[in-house]
Design a protein around this ligand. Structure first.
Ligand code: AMP
Length: 372
């Protein structure tokens, strides 16, 4: 899950759809436990926000029930500036029925107060209230809320039916308002030998970014014979990818070590879609996101030439043998290139011509990064 933008505001993931399912299930269980076997309740959803919750709720409810929806409309009173609320949509006889209100969220309780006022005039048997979310710190009424899915702090949330100026209702998960991202986080992308390391060195100084090359971190660990190094060595020597979980944990560690930077240049990471998703989720927890993926585009034959040349002096085991180099291209083309689609779908993919003098290529990069 990643940070999302609705209108002018940013929201970070808060409660995923799997957790919502559990919350709804528990709520249904509580309501069911309190109802006599032969009682057919009338559930009444308060529109608009409750429509997703109500729909999941009644499909979890295994006994007979009825469902209706109402809407509270505010009218400006013609004789004063006071707003009056009116319920629209109820057209059935509720005499002697058990009515259970389904609310998506109760905060101050003003809406709930209106609902209590309206239903007290109907001759119903009992009125109960089930809410998915409840904000105990702002609830100001003496009213009874019978069932609460989850207590939450007083922060603005969207998704699962709840909106911010009508956007966000269709999101399957709940997101919470977060300050705008502050960092510039760049994924520097390109096949082995494209010049990522060289360019990253220049960019990190220009913008005070931390350059994390997963390949370099692995090599450092191999050289120092750490546990991680020993684990990664056999994959790296063969030109294969190190398993995702090992790489992701290592990357999180590197990010957490660097608190005082304006952002990160990720070089050699992500290399798979699941690494990209893990990175998005990890940054979203911090209220941050990937600003852009910049790919250096260089023809393959030129790359082989560059790498064999580098292999003469770099001491890198995977740079000396053309078949290993070709295997890394193969890895890049089959597994890694899917990332282009991943970032293109978010409209943050930028292809840059990686052939030319170092300074020329740097300038092309700066032109893009300045716009992010
Ligand atoms: P590089 O220096 O980026 O070319 O990386 C050298 C080698 O380190 C790769 O061929 C992989 O074996 C390993 N490696 C680096 N980054 C990753 C990653 N994100 N996921 C898996 N393996 C990686």
């Amino acid at each position: 899950m990643k940070i999302i933008k609705l209108h002018d505001l940013y929201f970070k993931p808060f409660i995923c759809s799997t957790k919502l399912k559990v919350i709804v299930k528990n709520l249904v269980q509580q309501v069911t436990d309190d109802l006599p076997e032969n009682e057919v309740p009338v559930f009444i959803g308060i529109l608009n926000g409750c429509f997703v919750f109500a729909s999941d709720f009644i499909r979890e409810f295994e006994r007979d029930c009825e469902i209706s929806f109402v809407k509270l409309a505010s009218y400006q009173d013609t004789t004063s500036s006071k707003k009056v609320k009116k319920l629209i949509g109820i057209n059935q006889d509720l005499t002697d029925r058990t009515v259970i209100i389904l609310e998506d969220i109760i905060d101050t309780g003003n809406t709930l107060q209106e609902i209590y006022n309206i239903f007290k005039n109907e001759n119903i048997k009992q009125l109960k209230v089930a809410t998915l979310f409840f904000k105990p710190s702002v609830f100001k009424k003496e009213l009874h809320v019978d069932y609460v899915g989850k207590n939450i702090e007083d922060k603005f949330i969207v998704g699962y039916g709840l909106d911010y100026n009508e956007l966000g209702r269709n999101l399957p998960s709940i997101y919470q308002l977060t300050p705008p991202p502050k960092m510039k986080n760049i994924v520097l992308f390109g096949p082995p030998g494209a010049g990522k390391g060289t360019q990253a060195d220049i960019l990190k100084d220009t913008y005070n970014l931390k350059h994390i090359s997963t390949g370099d971190v692995f090599r450092y660990n191999i050289k120092n014979e750490t546990e991680l190094g020993l684990l990664a060595k056999k994959y790296i020597d063969a030109g294969d990818l190190v398993p995702d979980q090992v790489t992701i944990d290592m990357l999180k560690d590197e990010v957490d070590k660097n608190k005082n930077v304006n952002g990160f240049i990720f070089d050699g990471f992500p290399r798979t879609e699941s690494q990209a998703e893990a990175l998005d989720a990890f940054l979203a927890e911090k209220g941050e996101k990937i600003s852009g993926m910049i790919a250096l585009e260089v023809p393959e034959d030129l790359l082989v030439e560059r790498l064999l040349e580098r292999g003469k002096t770099s001491g890198r085991s995977d740079d000396t043998d053309e078949s290993k180099i070709r295997n890394r291209f193969n890895e890049y083309n089959t597994k890694t290139a899917v990332l282009k689609n991943y970032y293109q779908a978010q409209d943050i993919y930028f292809g840059i011509n990686g052939v030319g003098a170092i300074e020329e290529i740097t300038q092309r990069l700066l032109d893009v990064i300045d716009t992010l």
